[in-house]
Design a protein around this ligand. Structure first.
Ligand code: PBG
Length: 334
């Protein structure tokens, strides 16, 4: 305890301060005191499914991310499983879009088909389906549009229908991403009424109206044709409101709550985790991924190092689960 104080040119003060560096001197010591450890088990890998056969088309703003047909998606899922990643989340791009997003709740829609194909080949892979209408509507909005309003109550009935068809196809977790009010309750109710009491809901609970979704909208072909999503997604300036959103989703039956995006909202992740102690997910979104890829391409950053630093920061902030396009690359390093 008491280090004898040596007289020196410094007048004996060299031992009177705390030496934080002692536990940083070797790799072994650093790993012993490390507080946050990333694991492959934290990752959920997003996939974009398109109609056709043998389609594998790179998203230009997201190097390394592809739109894939069902056959290619199943192949990709085998690779994901072999890398030790436990879960994927699926986004579908339908053959036809219409005003009411029929493709979303068609029992034979693109997602319903791909879920059946994946569960047949790789039953142990946890298949999560994103529930929203934006990829399926001709106007690109997440629900039904009347005049210039995105109508809440009709939309949540359609989302519930969509969720049910996903569960019937074999989805393991349902993930509503729309941010309409009452959707978790509507989905929980329809799932329970159809004997899917054991299917968890991972709700995009605090989802912000964010500029970081830009590249995703190219990948999912879901850019709104007019207006924006600010009447349902949250204002980036708010964080108390995020707690109210999360609380409502938990009350309505959410089993896992998500904060999205991740990096500009690390404070929100921490507040959500500390307030509710729920399994908490964070979505490391498309724009966050693309920025890393772009800076690397320009030779400005060390890609792997920055990627691991970002993922660690999201976990350190309180996320138990991370949805990330980096999942495969990160899993290879872990
Ligand atoms: C909506 C949805 C979006 C994302 C996931 N689900 C886009 C949006 O709200 O416009 C964004 C994901 C990302 O940017 O990586 N279905």
């Amino acid at each position: 305890m008491n280090t004898p104080q040596k007289q020196s040119a410094l007048g004996g003060i060299e031992n009177s301060f705390r030496r934080h560096r002692r536990t940083r001197m070797t790799a072994a010591l650093r790993s012993m005191v490390r507080e946050t450890e990333l694991s492959k088990n934290d990752f959920i890998y997003p996939l974009f499914v398109v109609p056709g056969n043998k389609v594998k088309k790179e998203v230009s703003s997201m190097p390394g991310v592809f739109q894939m047909s069902i056959d290619e998606t199943v192949r990709e899922c085998v690779e994901v499983r072999n890398l030790g990643i436990p879960a994927i989340i699926l986004f579908g791009i339908p053959e036809h879009k219409d005003e009411v997003g029929s493709g979303a709740y068609d029992p034979n829609g693109i997602i319903q088909q791909v879920v059946r194909a994946i569960k047949k080949e790789i039953p142990e892979l946890v298949v999560i389906t994103d529930v929203c209408l934006c990829e399926y509507t001709s106007h690109g909005h997440c629900g039904i549009v009347k005049g210039d309003e995105i109508v809440n109550d009709i939309s949540i009935q359609l989302l519930a229908k969509e969720a049910l068809t996903h569960a019937q196809a074999g989805a393991d977790i349902i993930a509503p991403s729309d941010m309409f009010d009452g959707r978790v309750k509507a989905i929980r109710t329809i799932l329970d009424a159809n004997d899917f009491q054991n299917i968890p809901i991972m709700s995009y609970a605090a989802k912000y109206a964010s500029g970081f979704y830009g590249p995703f909208r190219e990948a999912a072909e879901s850019t709104p044709q007019f207006g924006d999503r600010r009447s349902h997604q949250m204002d980036p300036a708010n964080s108390d409101e995020a707690l109210r959103e999360v609380q409502t989703d938990i009350e309505e039956g959410a089993d896992i709550v998500m904060v999205k995006p991740a990096l500009s909202y690390l404070d929100v992740i921490r507040r959500v985790k500390d307030t509710f102690h729920m399994p908490t997910a964070a979505y490391n979104v498309s724009g966050e991924y693309s920025m890393v890829k772009a800076a690397f391409k320009l030779g400005w950053i060390d890609e792997q190092r920055v990627m691991m630093e970002i993922l660690t920061s999201i976990k350190r902030a309180g996320a138990d689960l991370i949805l990330t396009y980096h999942a495969k690359e990160a899993a290879k390093l872990l």
